[in-house]
Design a binder for this molecule. Structure first.
Ligand SMILES: Nc1ncnc2c1ncn2[C@@H]1O[C@H](COP(=O)(O)OP(=O)(O)OP(=O)(O)O)[C@@H](O)[C@H]1O
Ligand SMILES: [Mg+2]
Length: 762
């Protein structure tokens, strides 16, 4: 037994097990106890010889440590909270024997640890070496006089424990020293720990030197702190905050950042290192820093500009759309010549399902850019785009930077869908923030409220999509390069179905092209009767249904017919819900066909008029907007005066009420472009001449009978074609727009240009 056990240690000791407690003989330790059995143990020890056995509490699943320390209570104080604070003095190493009593606190049999006698000269040599190292380590520091004290200690064992207790050793190093009773071995161990401490210290000094000369003040601090934390971590001293700060510092050093961002991060880390880790502010700061460090400030994917390859990809995925593909290839060509030419800001406009989103994705593939994606559908809150300020609880960056982080590069192709659906309400104006995202002047320094550091979006290739330009805010519209997707003609749809949609559905259903053939006639019929929408999404559905049926027939052992023809369609798809809208119609009095533009493509509308005996009242129904009602009134006035001039009898003009109705409640009907159709229906009902059913009319009229041009001509004509119309009456001034109509549609539709309404009535 070593140590100054002047009072003999009792053979039975109350056991105090404390996590991580390692106490050397001669060392003092202050502990706080709150458990009832422990307090009772202390009380009873104090009334006796004040001895107890301090052992490290075993971690779960671990056996109780064999060796601990017999200690005396030197001092005890009771806190106001009822906790007991005591100071223990280590007396000697003891080995645990059997448990003598378990309640109310355990008492064990304890015996002094056996001390093998070492080799005196060797022990002395080791002691001197340790003493020298210890001196080197602490000299000049606050612990200098300890060196002197250590030299005066009588035994080598005491010396070893004393030095060990003055060093900042990690818990397991202390444990190893406590468990080694053999003085010679203990000194050897101590020597190794001292050497390690010295190495760490030298390293630290060298780093400091280097840092001082190469880094700026802020960075130097951050770098040094990181090193100190590493060293303290080695010493088992780092607390939770230090661990976290160290981790942040490490990440900051490892991340490539623009100087301003790095500076801001350094400052933030310094700030965090001063606030408690448990505080909400620490967590907020830490989360923010994580976000900032994860944004791709500098990483960008290299543009692979290979025009032939890009063209091949665009052609492979999408049929037609020639003009749009050309525009994209143009950009690539320019970019190839001039590396830093800014990407265009495109806006694809067209009905649903015409390939806006999917073409955008193909462009990304052609450019080898990563794709980010955001739909503005339901966004009314500007913070969804620009984020919340950091102080707002649960704040996050806006969706733009969230996506940028997700893709991990600062130059993705960014699809922003439905920009025409962006709303605004009391939570700010998302359209204005979107402007900051898209505007090449401003997006170089895009300021997300949360991130609060300007992020450069100027390398992002934005492609926006919309069903209509009408509801895109003007400021935004100005900056967009609008590219129209008019929708497809039935012939184009047939080709797309055969080349793209059907093969895709076959793949999705595990079928081979040999196991299912859909005849062209059948495809055509599906397009005409089961999927008349302008887009293609509706077309994929019946094709999928055919594949499903075929797949389950194959599984049922039916190896029979693989071809699907026109006549088989009802079997696969049920009877069709659509049919060309004018089929079954005949020339009628008082009904004219108008053309409407809707966000989902061109459509035909019927304008119905009836006469009832009365006094020239006009009733209008069918949920018409204000502009359309007024245009009906203008049409009626014109028709009346026209007939009057032609000498129509008075009672034909005056002795009745007129009711105009435009059925199809689901279509929003407004705008002046139905004027000509309304006038025609009115002329027909009053004069009694029937209107041809396969003629559709569009055009605004004035009170004097002039026909003014209208918008959406291309869509309207494609819609008329889908509906089976053969003749379209069009304002003369819209004639130049016919160039954009695919020739196969031009061939089937006869366009009759008019300048005055009378030309129709003739
Ligand atoms: N020209 C084309 N060639 C081949 N497939 C096409 C073509 N156009 C569209 N498609 C296919 O039609 C489907 C619908 O297209 P997409 O989702 O891109 O429509 P969208 O225009 O974005 O519609 P929305 O306005 O509803 O978002 C996709 O599966 C796409 O692959
Ligand atoms: Mg889309």
């Amino acid at each position: 037994m070593t140590g100054p056990a002047k009072i003999p240690i009792p053979g039975e000791l109350p056991l105090l097990a404390v996590p991580d407690a390692v106490l050397f003989p001669h060392e003092r330790l202050t502990l706080e106890l709150t458990g009832e059995p422990e307090k009772r143990l202390v009380d009873e020890a104090l009334s006796g010889d004040r001895f107890l056995a301090l052992f490290r509490a075993a971690a779960s699943g671990e056996a109780m440590p064999r060796r601990g320390t017999a200690a005396r209570i030197e001092q005890m104080r009771r806190g106001e909270d009822g906790a007991v604070r005591l100071t223990l003095l280590g007396v000697a190493r003891v080995d645990a024997g059997p448990i003598v009593r378990a309640e109310p606190y355990p008492v064990i049999a304890a015996s002094p640890a056996p001390a093998p006698s070492g080799h005196d000269l060797r022990i002395e040599a080791l002691r001197r070496a340790c003493h020298a190292s210890f001196g080197e380590l602490v000299l000049g520091g606050p612990d200098s006089e300890q060196v002197e004290i250590a030299s005066r200690l009588r035994t080598a064992g005491h010396f070893a424990d004393f030095v060990a207790s003055r060093l900042r050793l990690a818990p397991d190093q202390r444990r190893a020293l406590l468990e080694t009773e053999d003085v010679e071995l203990r000194l050897e161990q101590l020597g190794r720990f001292l050497d390690r401490e010295k190495t760490i210290r030298d390293l630290q000094v060298r780093i400091e030197e280097r840092v001082k000369t190469t880094l700026g003040e802020k960075e130097r601090q951050s770098f040094l702190r990181q090193q100190i934390e590493t060293i303290r971590g080695e010493l088992g001293e780092a607390d939770e905050r230090e661990t976290q700060i160290r981790e942040m510092d490490r990440r900051l050093t490892e991340t490539v950042l623009p100087p301003t961002v790095r500076q801001a991060c350094c400052e933030e880390i310094v700030r965090l290192s001063r606030i408690p880790v448990q505080s909400a502010e620490f967590t907020i700061g830490r989360t923010h820093l994580d976000w900032v460090l994860e944004l791709p400030w500098t990483s960008a994917s290299a543009d692979a500009i290979d025009l032939a390859r890009a063209r091949a990809i665009l052609d492979r995925n999408h049929h037609g759309l020639g003009k749009i593909k050309e525009r994209v290839l143009e950009f690539l060509a320019v970019r190839k010549l001039k590396r830093d030419s800014p990407p265009p800001l495109l806006c694809f406009v067209g009905p649903p399902g015409v390939g806006k989103t999917s073409l955008g994705l193909s462009i990304a593939e052609a450019l080898r850019r990563k794709t980010a994606h955001l739909s503005l559908g339901a966004i009314t809150d500007e913070s969804e785009i620009r984020g919340h300020r950091r102080t707002y609880s649960g704040a996050l960056p806006g969706k733009i930077l969230q996506e940028i982080r997700r893709v991990g590069v600062r130059n993705p192709l960014f699809m922003i869908d439905e920009i025409d659906k962006i709303g605004s309400d009391f939570r700010g104006d998302p359209a204005a923030s979107l402007l900051e995202v898209l505007d090449p002047e401003e997006n170089r320094r895009f300021a997300d409220h949360y991130v609060n550091l300007p992020f450069d979006l100027s390398e992002v290739f934005f492609i926006t999509t919309a069903n209509s330009t009408d509801s895109i805010p003007a400021g935004l519209l100005d900056r967009l390069e609008i590219i129209e997707f008019p929708g497809y003609t039935p012939e184009e749809k047939v080709r797309i179905a055969e080349k793209h949609l059907l093969p895709k559905q076959l793949r999705l259903h595990g079928l081979t092209p040999a196991s299912l053939v859909v005849r062209r006639r059948a495809v055509r019929r599906v397009i005409d009767e089961y999927a008349i929408e302008a887009g293609l999404r509706a077309l994929a559905r019946p094709l999928a249904a055919i594949c499903r049926k075929r797949a389950s027939a194959l599984l049922g052992g039916d190896r029979g017919r693989t071809a699907v023809d026109e006549a088989d369609l009802p079997h696969y798809l049920g009877t069709s819900r659509h049919y060309p809208e004018i089929r079954g119609r005949r020339p009628e009095v008082g009904v004219a066909t108008a053309l409407a533009w809707t966000p989902s493509g061109g459509q035909i509308l019927f304008v119905e008029a009836t006469l009832m005996p009365g006094r020239q009242n006009l009733q209008i129904t069918g949920h018409l907007g204000e502009v359309m009602r007024e245009s009906a009134e203008a049409a009626l006035s014109f028709v009346r005066s026209f007939l009057d001039k032609k000498g129509a009898p008075r009672e034909l003009l005056e002795g009745h009420d007129i009711h105009i109705h435009v059925p199809a409640g689901a279509i929003a009907k407004d705008g002046p472009s139905a004027g000509v159709a309304i006038a025609t229906a009115l002329y027909s009902i009053i004069s009694g001449y029937p209107v041809l059913h396969n003629v559709a009319l569009t055009g605004e009229i004035t009170l004097r009978g002039h026909v003014l041009p209208v918008g959406g001509v291309k869509q309207k004509i494609l819609g008329a074609h889908r509906a089976g119309i053969r003749n379209v009456i069009l304002p003369l001034r819209n004639l130049p727009e016919l160039d954009e109509i695919p020739s196969e549609v031009r061939r089937r539709i006869q366009v009759i240009p008019v300048d005055r309404v009378e030309e129709i009535f003739a």
